[in-house]
Design a protein around this ligand. Structure first.
Ligand SMILES: [Fe+2]
Length: 287
């Protein structure tokens, strides 16, 4: 099925909830109108697989910056010469967890989490290594009005505690010397939010949501577990199948994503960059 609302390129939805593949663009060479249209598709679908992009580090940098300034990344050491790009490598004989192997949002513990994450596969397995996404907008829509009203009064505390430990378990990742400041970071985000451009509402839940303001972690945990379980239901998911020359990009604060650890024996080399986003905005709910 092609989405006819987009005329400059071909948009094919992944599932009924989110995600689409795009063909027929060159994000390095095409004009700014095309970039704005891709941005519009991103607002619509939250996750895009832009196929047939012939990128290297420099060109990824150029493409990313057409979508906005770098968000910053206090955790990972960047590649030489590009402070906005990180390289994730998995060798065929690496074992244990792959990076990002839990449902999460990138850098959710920042006051302004990245608005867009981009991932480009330099080398992808012939099979396996997909990335799964779930829609926090669909999760919001599935909640009862009373539940939404209650959540709207809560403020989530998202913590950087443990972030370095998770990343340090991946020996091929270089980490910055900012352990103390990241560990001690705890930011407040509204639980029921709305998109600043589309006004569409979503539930802001992440794997680093430790508790709600004014409540203990023990008191908060059942509600957080409920929200996470609701958010990752299969009907709210899509799966991005990586191909050579696919640029994946997603609206980071409106989805959760998880890496799939099913490509043992294959090498996978990905470059990641992020675009700055705003502070999550509390939804205006009509009472
Ligand atoms: Fe991630």
């Amino acid at each position: 099925m092609r989405d006819e609302r987009f005329e400059r390129f071909e948009v094919e939805p992944f599932t009924g909830s989110l995600g689409a593949s795009i063909r027929g663009v060159d994000l390095v060479a095409d004009d700014d109108d095309v970039v704005r249209e891709v941005q519009r598709a991103l607002h619509e679908y939250h996750v895009l697989a832009v196929r047939d992009q012939s990128l290297d580090i420099e060109r990824l940098h150029v493409v990313a910056r057409r979508f906005g300034p770098f968000s910053g990344n206090p955790v990972h050491t960047p590649v030489d010469g590009y402070e906005d790009i990180v390289r994730f490598v998995r060798e065929p004989d690496d074992s244990g967890k792959v990076i990002g192997e839990e449902w999460h949002m990138d850098l959710a513990w920042l006051a302004r989490p990245p608005g867009i994450t981009m991932l480009f596969g330099e080398e992808v397995p012939p099979v396996g290594g997909d990335t799964c996404f779930t829609s926090l907008e669909k999760a919001y829509q599935s909640l009862s009005p009373r539940m939404v009203a209650m959540l709207a009064e809560l403020t989530g505390i998202h913590s950087g505690r443990g972030v370095f430990a998770i990343n340090a378990a991946h020996s091929r990742l270089g980490l910055k010397n900012e352990y103390e400041s990241v560990e001690n970071t705890a930011v407040e985000h509204p639980v029921i939010c709305e998109h600043p451009v589309t006004g569409r509402k979503y539930v802001f839940v992440s794997s680093v949501l430790t508790h709600f303001k004014g409540m203990t972690e023990e008191e908060s945990r059942p509600l957080i577990d409920f929200l996470m379980a609701r958010a990752i239901r299969p009907e709210f998911n899509c799966r991005l199948r990586w191909e050579t020359n696919t640029l994946g990009m997603w609206n980071n604060p409106y989805v959760l994503h998880t890496a799939i650890n099913d490509y043992s024996g294959y090498r996978r080399v990905m470059y990641r960059t992020t675009v700055e986003g705003g502070a999550p905005q509390a939804a205006r709910l009509s009472s």
